[in-house]
Write a protein that binds this ligand. Structure first.
Ligand SMILES: CC(C)(COP(=O)(O)OP(=O)(O)OC[C@H]1O[C@@H](n2cnc3c(N)ncnc32)[C@H](O)[C@@H]1OP(=O)(O)O)[C@@H](O)C(=O)NCCC(=O)NCCS
Length: 166
């Protein structure tokens, strides 16, 4: 039977685990200090996915006045392709729907796995920043409109299905 995974708000004791998952990727975003700052930031939400073995994923977003923006997401390599990122982004979408705002994110053009995740969930491409990353990759700006929607992302009546133009 699959190991059950709980999704919950991150606490200070999760800093190391979140840092390690982020540090494992080639283009790591955060220092330990920035993980701690994000968890303690009043305008930020950080959630973690916890299995019996420990923290296996996280997602962070900022609640800005008119929009939410995902600032980072990561799933431990050993726990990938089991729907965890979908659950984590789903929690960010649920928060947007409660606030009645859209959800933005930025992803490297070269990050085909993350792009497939977001496109599959119904995010639409709304902008491109050329050679934005140190690697030379473009940054893609993607948005999911969550205002006034209550259907699961990607469903026909959701208004976002098929809207992706990447
Ligand atoms: C991108 C990432 C968060 C995806 O996490 P995950 O838990 O494996 O994603 P899910 O299992 O929810 O994937 C859902 C769908 O997204 C797509 N997808 C996810 N990873 C993919 C990959 N590496 N290649 C192709 N498609 C992928 C698939 O359609 C997948 O459905 P399927 O497994 O039924 O085919 C994870 O690979 C990761 O942590 N990467 C390093 C950090 C990173 O790139 N973060 C994004 C920054 S913008």
């Amino acid at each position: 039977m699959a190991d059950p995974v709980e999704v919950r708000a991150a606490v200070d004791a999760d800093v190391d685990a979140v840092f390690r998952i982020d540090a494992d990727r080639a283009d790591a975003q955060w220092s330990r200090e920035s993980v701690a700052a994000e968890i303690g930031h009043a305008g930020a939400v950080v959630i973690v996915a916890e299995a019996a073995t420990g923290i296996v994923g996280f997602c962070a977003w900022r609640r800005l006045p008119d929009v939410n923006e995902i600032t980072n997401i990561g799933v431990a390599e050993s726990a990938r392709r089991r729907g965890l990122a979908t659950r984590l982004v789903g929690a960010a979408i649920a928060d947007c729907r409660e606030r009645g705002v859209s959800l933005l994110l930025e992803v490297a053009d070269s990050n085909t796995g993350a792009r497939a995740l977001y496109e599959g969930m119904g995010f639409a491409l709304i902008g491109r920043r050329r050679r934005y990353y140190r690697s030379g990759a473009d940054a893609l700006l993607m948005r999911m409109r969550c205002e006034g929607t209550s259907d699961p992302p990607g469903s026909p009546s959701d208004g976002t299905s098929g809207a992706t133009s990447a």
